[in-house]
Design a protein around this ligand. Sequence first.
Ligand code: NAP
Length: 282
Amino acid sequence: MPQARLIEGTALAGRIVEDTAKKAADLTARTGTAPCLATVLVGEDPASVTYVRMKHNRCRRAGIESRHVALPAATTTGELVAALRELSADPAVHGILLQHPVGEHIDERAAFEAIAPEKDVDGVTFASFATMSFGLPGFVSCTPGGIMRLLDEYDVGPAGKRAVVVGRSAILGKPVGMLLLARDATVTYCHSRTTDLSSVVREADIVVAAVGRPRLVRGEDIKPGAVVIDAGYNPGNVGDVDFDSAVERAGLITPVPGGVGPMTIATLLEQTVDAAARQLGV
Ligand code: NAP
């Protein structure tokens, strides 16, 4: 059986980070100010602590300064909103990332909306969602933006294609569907209330799995030659697609790890430097 070609996210992400580091160095040399990303974490969830630490390490390696605001788990919505507004007003901070999940007692949407749109380098505000949906310049959600870059890198034009997005979260499924729609794909969203997921997935020329359920999408449901993007990341380095069976039918497929994952941080770094450039007027 022919095997799908692998979409190598690690390689593309490496090139994006290299270019971003050059831009950051150039910006710092020209303005005397290094781009700066502020991260905000509520509580001490171990996975979130690791993600934030990783983002700071990557920033440092790319010549981007970073600042961290650690808030206790008992932080209220009002306190979090105040912290984000302060960062939004601070001219030394060019990008803001609120690590989620933030805890069920917090109104996450109110917190996101406290991020100034020009500093929303993680693409979580309503303003960013709107520009993203209309295909206008602005900041994209990082994982969806990374997915679109992967499609472009492998010459997958979404126009006229049937795209099925499994998952509709605000940071992943919903925005990636809007980005595909803005690029003229015919988009179908699936979610936990979808009946007969298999029959919908079978129609897809492009499948994006963004669920958080190991191997939910089975190879037998992949249309031969389809492009399979697995954004899922489950314990044990397992995606939302059953890779071993899907690789036998797909034309292109992302591995887990090394597919979508590395693109998220690369997009974050790139958008932070872009935000700094705009704010510094260069
Ligand atoms: P989420 O907020 O939990 O959303 C999951 C989505 O999947 C929801 O829309 C849910 O539907 C849907 N869903 C749940 N069970 C389903 C089923 N049986 N059939 C079809 N749809 C189902 O998750 P998320 O934050 O979007 O993350 C999804 C996955 O992507 C996770 O594995 C996460 O680790 C990964 N992720 C990776 C990156 C990266 O690569 N850097 C970044 C972010 C997330 P309802 O809306 O109806 O509940």
